[in-house]
Design a protein around this ligand. Structure first.
Ligand code: FAQ
Length: 330
């Protein structure tokens, strides 16, 4: 259905008539909601788009451990520490499922990591912001995981089988992440005036960056039309952003917090909130590497890669020895 709608916008998407016979069979399969599996024929552009998106998604999960990792040693109670540890470990796991899904497209994890470290692959803009207080951990769970779920639930229906299956498991875990973040916020708003102020301050700083997670406005989204025609994306960036705002504003009200947007207003006619202009200049600066923590995040990843070299070498040597022993025994 989307393929048809998007094709009508005429944005870099071939009509069925313009396709080669192989492309036509492929597109017809997607339009019939039949999953594409690794050994199936696929257009090179489809493969490249998936490698780009899945690897960026994987890098985001891995880099996304850093802002919260910053608070593991300073969590206010033993329970909060255990919960945060489990959440950060989940994110490592998500990164691994996603790297595995991308590997089915013929790219190795080492290649993907090299692309990240060379600045050729991106990770989500959101992880370039600092976690200054404990309330930021609540705000990340509530808003960042909330935005991630809004974006990822439709990805469970992605046309590429391995990605869609990875997303099913990831979404289950993200729901727990979102609940734990909201729970932190609940505790803070019921605490002292200083704690409530801390929660408000975190919302003030994380609101706009969370809205940016959905990507540039539809008019500037270079990949959306083709990705929607291929059933990789099910919704446009603006559609998901709107759904996120509509879902999250009542949650802020329940917390007794104020969304930092003077233009936020319920629009009866559209059945959703109108909201103020997002600072897209800031978004593109963060993408260019000029966000508050870009350098720190990349340094951490580079150090982890370099420090892990001996371990990767050890694993390879062990695998080679086992393979040689197996051949000798045959
Ligand atoms: N940050 O044409 P579009 C998480 C880039 S996981 C950085 O609209 P597309 C879990 C985009 O890559 C969060 N770059 O692109 C967690 C493209 O540049 P390129 C990650 C961005 O792909 C929670 C250019 O702008 N989630 O949070 C961003 O159709 C808590 C033009 O954009 C995913 O990756 C951005 N926000 O749509 C972990 C979900 N937005 O590649 C720890 C999967 C756009 O040509 C703690 N990805 N760009 O150089 C997607 O759904 C899509 O890729 C979008 C972007 C929606 C992100």
């Amino acid at each position: 259905m989307y393929a048809q709608e998007v094709k009508s916008t005429g944005k870099a998407v071939k009509s069925l008539e313009e396709m080669t016979p192989e492309e036509r069979v492929f597109q017809t399969r997607i339009d019939a909601d039949i999953k594409i599996e690794p050994k199936d024929w696929m257009p090179e552009g489809y493969r490249k788009t998936l490698v780009r998106q899945i690897s960026q998604h994987a890098h985001s999960e891995i880099v996304g451990q850093l802002p919260e990792g910053n608070w593991i040693t300073r969590a206010p109670t033993l329970d909060r520490k255990a919960i945060l540890l489990a959440k950060v470990q989940d994110e490592a796991g998500h990164g691994l499922y996603l790297y595995c899904a991308a590997e089915t497209l013929g790219v190795s994890r080492d290649q993907m990591t090299e692309q990240l470290l060379a600045g050729k692959a991106k990770y989500s803009s959101i992880f370039n912001y600092p976690t200054l207080t404990w309330a930021d951990i609540g705000a990340i769970g509530w808003l960042v995981d909330g935005a991630a779920i809004m974006n990822q639930v439709p990805l469970q229906r992605c046309s590429y089988g391995p990605y869609s299956r990875a997303m099913i498991r990831i979404c289950k875990e993200e729901s727990f992440h979102q609940r734990q973040g909201y729970d932190i916020m609940m505790k803070l708003v019921k605490g002292t005036p200083e704690q409530k102020a801390m929660a408000q301050d975190a919302l003030n700083r994380w609101w706009q960056p969370s809205l940016m997670m959905f990507g540039p406005p539809d008019a500037d989204s270079i990949h959306s039309a083709q990705s929607m025609a291929w059933g990789i994306k099910q919704n446009s960036n603006d559609e998901l952003r709107q759904k996120f705002v509509d879902q999250t504003v009542p949650q802020a009200t329940y917390l007794g917090l104020t969304v930092p947007d003077p233009d936020l207003k319920w629009n009866e006619e559209k059945g959703g909130y109108d909201f103020g202009e997002i600072d897209w200049n800031e978004f593109f600066e963060v993408l260019k590497g000029n966000g508050p923590c870009n350098k720190e995040r990349m340094e951490a990843r580079r150090k982890a890669w370099d420090d892990g070299a001996w371990f990767r070498d050890g694993l390879m040597a062990h695998a080679e020895k086992r393979a040689a022993r197996k051949i000798a025994a045959e």
